[in-house]
Ligand binder design. Sequence first.
Ligand code: G3P
Ligand code: CA
Length: 241
Amino acid sequence: MVKPLIYAHRGASHYAPENTIASFKKAVEMGADGIEIDVHKSKDGYLMVCHDEKVDRTTNGSGYIKDKDMKELKSLDAGSWFSKYFEGERIPLLEEVLDLVKMENLLLNIELKNGPIFYENLEMDVVNAIKSFGLEDNVIISSFNHYSLLGIKKIEPRIKTGILYIAGMVSPWKYAKTIGADAIHPLYVTINKEVTKECIRNDIMVNPFTVDRENDMILMRNIGVTGIITNCPDIGRKVVD
Ligand code: G3P
Ligand code: CA
């Protein structure tokens, strides 16, 4: 059996504020193979790494990312909500994360948050950023918006894509193939050994999310998944090594 890769979800977000450089560095420290991040676009067109459409939950600011310039977004504190220790963490730009990924030779799962707010040219901008760092082989792009994944393949077929979903899909490998995707990124409770086996037999990777309990990670490992997306990369490391 091949060892599943460990992707730290929003970084090691159980231990540090999600989607910050601190959480990505923590993931590296814990031995993650890669990190998962979420991408939106600022009013002036910068690619910003944040989970929600709004900054309210994870910063000291309020309002939509799409309505703010990069400078204003960068002035927000993205760490204090988690703990005083992380005061001063900032919302990263995608290029700052790409820089870290290159330096640490990490894998990177970029989730395009393209809906319910739709960002113009998000796919093209993300592809260009990846190419400018020469990280085409390190990245897999996922999204719940599968039209975005079609868009990515049209722009750059070399970049891998993964379909995000939370339903119990029938024959997801067949659907993945129809949109040229390389992986499924299912909610972990929706898959089993048979689905995983068929995906792999059809050259489709299986990277379930978000698996945080040790028992669930053992189950995922035993059914043969290719990657585990987790907030706790330390537990992931322990389970797969
Ligand atoms: O990529 C898996 C997972 O991140 C998808 O859901 O809401 O945590 O971005 P969410
Ligand atoms: Ca995500």
